[in-house]
Write a protein that binds this ligand. Structure first.
Ligand code: UTP
Length: 296
């Protein structure tokens, strides 16, 4: 029987250079889509998928991220006294159970693989999820839940996969498909950002369920690597060593909030998705576009 996935690693130790100067003092994960920081979307998705332990790999300057998960007693009291029950409830939904969150430090940004490796002692010997907060996914059920359900059938390791246009494959890790079973594909290998001849148009995005053996592979890479330690390489090693890796074509829309264009697109999509904002916002966008067209 496949062991249940209850731990998730959130690597949030990157430098976030694409959002400088904002990220000089604000962790990228604290940037807000409408009124919620990116990290909240990631946590909500993980909670919906049944995750019970949340492991953050942080770094210097990420204090705001840790503070965000503290209970805000003073604020809660003020809201209670003012009878603002709806805001109080909103705040309470963000509270995490004591002991559910752990923080571990990555002392140097040596790559995503290295960040995950830093959490090895907290993960132990069980399958675990990795969630990149940059990738915000609108999906029902949420993307990680779809993956955990699929993983319960397949076992092994699993990556979230998304079809991308042929001219965009060089921006992603691309799956070499061994067997296409519809929603699930068996992975023969992965090529990081192929400049030419991509093995498919199936790109890997920031959701993973990994067998604990991936941590051993990271260990080996750590000893050998000069530059960044890639998670993709450690997953590819699984295949070389005869263990199975699958890709899941998840149902949903992914936004790359690690890039400026993606973040703006997500802001529009999430704004239009909100009952309390959508009419006013849609009118505004409509007028803006009309004005732009008229000016052309
Ligand atoms: P990115 O490649 O987006 O890098 O990392 P970044 O530093 O966050 O952003 P840019 O490219 O400089 O703008 C993907 C994910 O891996 C984490 C990041 O925090 C992000 O969630 N990461 C990356 C680490 O935790 N440690 C690293 O050494 C590198």
């Amino acid at each position: 029987m496949v062991q249940k996935v209850t731990k998730a690693v959130f690597p949030v130790a990157g430098l976030g250079t694409r959002f400088l100067p904002a990220t000089k003092s604000i962790p990228k994960e604290m940037m807000t889509l409408v009124d919620r920081p990116l990290i909240q979307y990631a946590i909500d998705e993980a909670r919906a998928a049944g995750i019970e332990e949340f492991i953050f790999v942080t770094s210097r300057g990420k204090g705001a991220l840790e503070d965000y998960f503290d209970h805000a007693h003073e604020l809660e009291n003020t809201l209670r006294k003012a009878g603002k029950d709806d805001l109080l409830e909103l705040l309470r939904q963000t509270n995490m159970e004591s002991g559910a969150i752990a923080y571990i430090r990555q002392h140097k940004a040596m790559g995503l693989g290295h960040a995950v490796w830093c959490a090895r002692r907290l993960i132990g010997d069980e399958p675990f999820a990795v969630v990149l907060t940059d990738d915000v996914v609108l999906g029902e059920p949420p993307c990680l839940q779809q993956m955990i359900e699929a993983h319960a059938e397949t076992g092994g390791s699993m990556v979230a996969a998304m079809e991308v246009p042929a001219d965009k494959t060089s921006a992603y890790g691309i799956i070499d498909v061994a067997e296409d079973m519809g929603a699930i594909v068996k992975v023969a290998g992965m090529v990081e950002k192929p400049k030419q001849n991509p093995p498919s148009n199936l790109a890997v995005i920031g959701r993973y369920i990994l067998a604990p053996t991936v941590l051993n592979n990271l260990n080996k890479l750590k000893q050998g690597a000069g530059g960044e330690i890639q998670l993709t390489d450690a997953i590819a090693d699984e295949i070389r060593e005869g263990r199975e890796v699958f890709g899941l074509r998840f149902r949903g829309q992914r936004y790359d909030c690690g890039s400026k264009a993606g973040f703006l697109q997500a802001t529009v999509a999430f704004g239009l998705n909100r009952e309390d904002l959508k009419d006013e916002f849609a009118d505004y966008l409509h007028d803006m576009l009309a004005m732009q067209k008229a000016a052309e």
